[in-house]
Design a protein around this ligand. Structure first.
Ligand code: ZN
Length: 450
C-alpha cells in the first residue's frame, strides 16, 4: 500500500496538500456507490493508514460489507474533557450519468490541479481532512487534552441505517463525545477575494410522505369525475397552495447581524433588521426567486414521484404521489403536518409517512464554536465565521438526538456554483484541499490543546 508522508517536524503545507491529494485520489478509487455501498474496502484501506502511524482502529460491520471504522487518538494529557468526534461517510451517491463525466468517476484522476471523482466533495475530501488532521496531531506530538475520535461511516446517502444510525445505537460507547464535527458548513470566497466561513449548527427535518387516492376505474372513452387522478390532482394543487411562511429565528437574526458588518448600505441596514416589514417584503421576493433562499427560510415541499395508470385507455383506480418535505427548525414537523392535513381536509386522500427526521439544532455558546471562529479568523484569514442552517439532513442528527453538540464543518473555500454536490465531474482543487486540511488541522489542534 501507498505510504503517506506525515511530517513530524516543520509543516510545509504545500507538501501536506500533495499528500492529501494523493490520499483523496486513492480513496476515490474505491467504489462505494450506495446502494450497495460496500464500504468495507474503504474502511480497510483507512485502517491500514492509521496502523502505519500507530493509531488503533476498529471496524464494525452493520451488515455484510457495510463497514464503519472508529479510530481513537487518546488525550496526551487526560483530564475530564469529553471527546471530540470527527464524523464523515465513505459511501457516495450513485451516478447514473457516468457517460457525461469527462473522466472515470472512480479513477482517482488528478488533472490540471484538481482531484476528480464521485465523492470528491461529498464526502471523501472531508474524510481526508479529518484523517490528515488526526495523523498530524499524532505525528506533531500535540499535547491534546481530550480524545479525538474518527468515524468513517457507511450509508449516509441512504438514511444511515447501516452507518451512523446503527453505530450510535449499537456502539454508542465507542462514538460518544461532547462534540461531533461532520459535513455541512463550507467556506466561501467573496467577490473581493476575502474568505468567509460558515459552520452549520442546525439542520432541517426531513419528512417523506405518500399521498394516495382511490376512485372508480373505467374506460378512457367514458371519463368520470372523481377519479383517483382527479383527486390527486386536486390534492397536489392544495399542497402547493400552502403558504410558505418565512421563519426568522433568534440565531438567524444574530447571523444576519454578523453578515451586515461586511456589506454596504442599504444591505447592512436591512440585515441588521431581519424582522422588519421592509425586510420581510424583500425576503418574500427572494424566496420566490431563489430555491436556495426558500430552502433556508421556509418549509419546502417537492413532489418527487407520481404514479397512476398502466394503459392509455384505462382510468386507473389508484394514484399516488411522493412529497419530499423539509421542515425548518423554527417550525416543527407536527405543525407542518397539521397545516398539510388542514389543506387536504374534505378530500379523500390517504397520507402515509415514509420517513421522518425532526429538525435539529445545536447551541453556539460554547468553547468549540468560539475556538473554531477564533482560529479561522486569526490563523486562516477568515473575514468572518457565521453559523448557518443546513437545508438538508446529515448524520449529525443521530448525534444531536443523543445530546451531542454538533457542527457541520467542511472548511474548503468554494464558489457558490461549486456547491452542488452529486454533480457530474465532482472535483476539488489540490490548492483548495491544502487550505481545507490546514484549516481543519489548526482549528482542531487549537481546540484540543487548550
Ligand atoms: Zn454527504
Amino acid at each position: 500500500m501507498t505510504t503517506y508522508n506525515i511530517p513530524t517536524g516543520g509543516l510545509d503545507w504545500g507538501g501536506v496538500g500533495q499528500t492529501a491529494a494523493a490520499m483523496l485520489a486513492d480513496y476515490l478509487r474505491i467504489d462505494t456507490t450506495n446502494p450497495p455501498g460496500r464500504e468495507e474496502a474503504a474502511a480497510e484501506w483507512m485502517r491500514g493508514i492509521l496502523k502505519e502511524h500507530g493509531i488503533e482502529s476498529e471496524i464494525f460491520l452493520a451488515a455484510k460489507e457495510r463497514a464503519n471504522l472508529v479510530a481513537r487518538l487518546p488525550a496526551r494529557k487526560p483530564g475530564s474533557k469529553g471527546a471530540i468526534v470527527l464524523n464523515s461517510h465513505s459511501d457516495v451517491v450513485g451516478t447514473d450519468e457516468k457517460d457525461k463525466w469527462s473522466v472515470d468517476p472512480f479513477g482517482g484522476i488528478i488533472q490540471d490541479g484538481k482531484v476528480y471523482g464521485a465523492g470528491a466533495i461529498d464526502c471523501k475530501s472531508l474524510g481526508v481532512m479529518q484523517l490528515m488532521s488526526l495523523l498530524l496531531l499524532k505525528e506533531q506530538g500535540v499535547e491534546t487534552t481530550r480524545d479525538v475520535v474518527l468515524n468513517i461511516v457507511a450509508d449516509e446517502e441512504n438514511g444511515g441505517k447501516f452507518g451512523a444510525g446503527w453505530l450510535t445505537t449499537e456502539h454508542w460507547d465507542k462514538v460518544a463525545g461532547e462534540f461531533t464535527l461532520g459535513e455541512g458548513g463550507f467556506g466561501f470566497l467573496l467577490p473581493n477575494g476575502a474568505p468567509l466561513y460558515s459552520v452549520t449548527y442546525a439542520e432541517k427535518g426531513t419528512l417523506w410522505l405518500r399521498l394516495r387516492t382511490r376512485g372508480p376505474d373505467g374506460h378512457g372513452s367514458m371519463p368520470r369525475r372523481g377519479s383517483a387522478v382527479d383527486k390527486l390532482h386536486e390534492a397536489l394543487g392544495r399542497v402547493y397552495g400552502i403558504p410558505g411562511e418565512i421563519f426568522i429565528g433568534d440565531q438567524t437574526v444574530a447571523h444576519l447581524g454578523r453578515i451586515a458588518e461586511h456589506v454596504k448600505w442599504p444591505y447592512s441596514f436591512l440585515l441588521k433588521r431581519p424582522r422588519s416589514w421592509l425586510m420581510r417584503r424583500f425576503l418574500r421576493k427572494a424566496v420566490k426567486k431563489s430555491p436556495r433562499m426558500a430552502a433556508l427560510l421556509t418549509n419546502t415541499i417537492s413532489v418527487t414521484n407520481l404514479r397512476a395508470g398502466f394503459k392509455e385507455n384505462a382510468i386507473p383506480p389508484e394514484a399516488a404521489a411522493v412529497l419530499d418535505c423539509r421542515v425548518h427548525p423554527n417550525s416543527s414537523t407536527a405543525d407542518f403536518l397539521k397545516q398539510l392535513h388542514q389543506a387536504l381536509s374534505g378530500l379523500e386522500v390517504e397520507v402515509e409517512e415514509i420517513l421522518r427526521f425532526e429538525p435539529t439544532v445545536s447551541p453556539l455558546d460554547n468553547g468549540l464554536f468560539q475556538s473554531l471562529s477564533a482560529t479561522l479568523r486569526e490563523e486562516c484569514g477568515a473575514r468572518a465565521v457565521f453559523p448557518l442552517l443546513l437545508p438538508a439532513s446529515t448524520d449529525m442528527r443521530f448525534f444531536r438526538r443523543r445530546g451531542v453538540t454538533c457542527y457541520g464543518f467542511q472548511p474548503l473555500l468554494m464558489k457558490l456554483d461549486e456547491l452542488d454536490a452529486h454533480d457530474v465531474d465532482e472535483h476539488v482543487a489540490v490548492d483548495n484541499l491544502r487550505v481545507g486540511v490546514r484549516n481543519y488541522y489548526l482549528t482542531l489542534r487549537n481546540f484540543c490543546a487548550a
